[in-house]
Design a protein around this ligand. Structure first.
Ligand SMILES: *[C@@H]1O[C@H](CO)[C@@H](O)[C@H](O)[C@H]1NC(C)=O
Ligand SMILES: *[C@@H]1O[C@H](CO)[C@@H](O)[C@H](O)[C@H]1NC(C)=O
Ligand SMILES: *[C@@H]1O[C@H](CO)[C@@H](O)[C@H](O)[C@H]1NC(C)=O
Ligand SMILES: *[C@@H]1O[C@H](CO)[C@@H](O)[C@H](O)[C@H]1NC(C)=O
Ligand SMILES: *[C@@H]1O[C@H](CO)[C@@H](O)[C@H](O)[C@H]1NC(C)=O
Ligand SMILES: *[C@@H]1O[C@H](CO)[C@@H](O)[C@H](O)[C@H]1NC(C)=O
Length: 635
């Protein structure tokens, strides 16, 4: 664009004033050094245009921190400037954001003296992955703490108050900020998951990334006990196309055609606003394989399923889909931990708290789907509107179980306010004071939250094991990971930390009575194990079933949010179970769906096959069928 420099010099002479360049306006920090000032004779070529303004660009300097593109806002630009025009204008340098939780977008407003110098110019986009490569680890130098961007306490500083100098080679926000306003191309991007409700799609380009799973998504995990989990700053959101076309209904792992657009900040995130919509050029396979953990023949082994069934009531359209997943993808496990069972009147706020009809409907649907497997169910009715979730819905956790395989240790079921505790019965066996029963339901940790349901079970042999089904508080009111608060706010983490703690306390009291007890704690914990401070109380006394079974780090996910695949549903087991080995699989019936609408739930189910009593009596059988290391077993 050498010729532009010459033209610009002419214009500047004509204006009779020395003017600034776009790079000087953008500067080398997050905010413009010229914010609030009026500038004259600013020139640039129009690269893109929408209803509210245009984007212009001039020559790039050698400093990778200073962008040479900028937003020109207002009707004058819309009216008088076209793509390819070299324009000159005067205006005010402004830092714009919609809310104080966002980062600023630098723009020129109050535009006057807009003139077109010449037309028909083209601007070569920066090829991401070739000309510039996004960093892969953390989002911001301000995300201090052991868990990086997931560290708590959070919101220790506000990025725009610090306004740090950009370090685009190291930090994701700095990288995208250094390209703000510039025309860029992403070649053959891979979608990270479904579009959001506005049609925007997270993508990874053809450049180095971390956490890549087999589907083509990127999973949140840390690489070691002392490493902060990468935040996937190398992903970018593709926003609404500027020419009015629509982005495709992408899915995790779909490959798109090349995208060219302008880097902008809006709605709490950096985006590429494409000139026109890409299309999907390669779809992943939509056949979701069933779990391979389809049977067990050993009396000490059980199969459990875990599934957040998303606000299920007796009339839910998704009951047959969930039932089919349990029957065909999970192969009717012996016990299914379910979360988000609503009461019999669903979201109607009418005082109904029983979920017998909801659970009956699910159990009947599974019987139909499986050709005859008949579950029994058990749950404890909550107090009306005391457990959070959709008002009136009274969601709770529940167990479905196959009475021919397992039964509850005889006892009396708890109620909403009674707390179950482990006891030793007259024969020296550990039992629960209420079975099943809630764990410290009146503890402040569970205010406006689902209470965990503990149960003592027995096998036909009489051997006992214990389960806790949990649904911790949600991440609602988290701030955008690309927002002003650093580290970003992890909504509800105090709640979840204390819930993990109360749950862990219960398990400890059980293990105090019986150090070799087989205990399984599973459910929707609304948290990643990489947010170590939150789940530490549980992780300190139990073992992640993924670790027992050697599930690759990148394949540990049950959910997709923003650009990440992530595991927020977990199975933790006691030492006794871990020592015996086992298998666990996350079955991606929902994160791999064809569309958001075709999902049965926002969570994927998990299935595990575990040993809940000692199989030594059967050592020969074990050796033949499983080798010596259960963790390595493939049926
Ligand atoms: C379990 O799955 C395997 C492979 O998918 C199949 O060969 C086998 O017949 C199944 N077993 C049962 C009991 O369903
Ligand atoms: C729900 O089912 C349980 C167990 O079968 C029973 O004890 C309870 O009375 C039922 N509740 C209602 C409201 O029908
Ligand atoms: C639970 O049972 C206890 C003891 O019978 C009783 O005092 C309490 O009111 C019950 N709670 C609810 C919510 O029904
Ligand atoms: C972060 O803290 C500041 C006060 O320092 C507060 O104004 C802001 O609302 C907080 N941000 C979020 C997302 O909670
Ligand atoms: C965890 O529980 C223990 C014992 O119940 C208590 O002393 C501690 O303060 C709790 N910690 C948190 C973070 O709730
Ligand atoms: C627990 O099991 C281990 C391994 O089977 C055994 O060595 C240990 O003695 C048991 N501990 C107790 C308290 O039963």
């Amino acid at each position: 664009m050498k010729h532009l420099t010459a033209l610009k010099a002419l214009v500047l002479l004509a204006c009779g004033a020395w003017a600034v360049t776009i790079s000087e306006i953008q500067g080398t920090a997050f905010q413009s050094p010229l914010a609030g000032q009026f500038v004259h004779g600013l020139t640039g070529v129009v690269t893109a245009k929408d209803k509210y303004g245009v984007w212009i660009q001039d020559d790039r300097t050698d400093d990778p921190r200073a962008s040479n593109g900028i937003r020109v806002y207002g009707s004058a630009a819309v009216k008088y400037a076209s793509i390819g025009d070299l324009i000159s204008l005067s205006g005010r340098v402004a830092e714009y954001r919609k809310t104080a939780d966002d980062l600023f977008l630098t723009e020129i407003d109050y535009v006057t003296a807009l003139t077109t110098i010449s037309s028909g110019h083209t601007v070569e986009p920066i090829i991401l992955g070739e000309d510039r490569i996004p960093p892969r680890n953390q989002l911001s130098s301000l995300d201090i703490g052991r868990d990086g961007w997931l560290s708590v306490p959070s919101n220790l500083t506000l990025l725009e108050s610090v306004n740090p100098s950009l370090r685009p080679d190291e930090f994701g926000l700095d990288f995208w900020e250094s390209l703000e306003g510039q025309l860029v191309t992403v070649k053959a991007p891979t979608a990270a998951q479904f579009p959001d409700r506005f049609g925007s799609v997270w993508v990874y380009g053809n450049w180095p990334t971390t956490g890549k799973n087999e589907r083509g998504g990127r999973t949140i995990h840390s690489n070691g006990p002392d490493e902060a989990p990468p935040a996937h700053p190398e992903a970018i959101f593709i926003g609404r196309p500027m020419d009015g076309t629509r982005n495709p209904k992408a899915v995790m792992g779909a490959v798109l055609s090349d995208v060219t657009g302008v880097v902008a900040y809006q709605f709490g995130y950096y985006y590429i606003l494409p000139l026109t919509a890409p299309e999907v050029v390669e779809w992943p396979d939509f056949d979701v394989p069933s779990s391979t953990l389809n049977y067990t023949t050993h009396p000490c082994q059980i199969r459990i399923g875990d599934y957040n069934v998303e606000n299920m009531n007796p009339r839910s359209y998704h009951i047959p889909k969930i039932a089919s997943h349990i029957a065909h993808h999970l192969h009717t496990p012996d016990i299914v931990f379910v979360q988000e069972i609503q009461d019999d009147s669903g979201a109607r706020n009418d005082g109904v708290v029983s979920a017998n009809r909801t659970l009956r409907a699910l159990v009947n649907a599974i019987k139909k789907a499986s050709g005859g497997v008949e579950y029994e169910f058990v749950n404890v009715e909550p107090e009306d509107n005391k457990d959070g979730g959709q008002p009136g819905g009274n969601i709770r956790v529940a167990y479905l179980y196959r009475p021919e395989q397992v039964s509850l240790v005889p006892g009396s079921i708890g109620n909403a306010t009674l707390s179950t505790v482990p006891l030793v019965d007259w024969e020296g066996n550990v039992e629960l004071s209420y079975n099943p029963g809630r764990i410290e339901p009146e503890h402040s940790a569970w205010e406006e939250a689902r209470k965990p349901l503990a149960a003592a079970w027995q096998l036909p042999s009489g051997d006992r094991f214990f389960t806790v089904n949990v649904h911790f508080s949600s991440k609602r009111f988290s701030s955008s990971p690309q927002g002003n608060a650093r580290p970003p706010v992890n909504g509800g983490f105090e709640k979840r930390t204390s819930q993990a703690n109360v749950t862990a306390h219960f398990v400890s009291s059980l293990l105090d009575l019986s150090p070799n007890a087989s205990v399984i704690v599973a459910g929707d914990m609304n948290e990643f194990t990489a947010a170590r401070s939150v789940l530490r109380p549980l992780a300190a006394i139990l073992i992640d079933a993924n670790d027992v079974c050697g599930v690759p780090l990148a394949e540990r996910y049950t959910y997709a949010y923003d650009q990440h695949a992530q595991e927020i549903d977990h199975v933790f087991v006691s030492d006794a179970i871990a020592r015996r080995g086992g298998d666990v699989e996350h079955v991606h019936v929902n994160t791999w769906a064809r569309t958001v609408g075709e999902r049965a739930s926002d969570h994927d189910p998990t299935v595990a096959r575990l040993w809940v009593c000692d199989a030594e009596i059967d050592a020969a059988w074990t050796a033949v069928e499983y080798g010596t290391d259960h963790g390595q077993t493939v049926l």
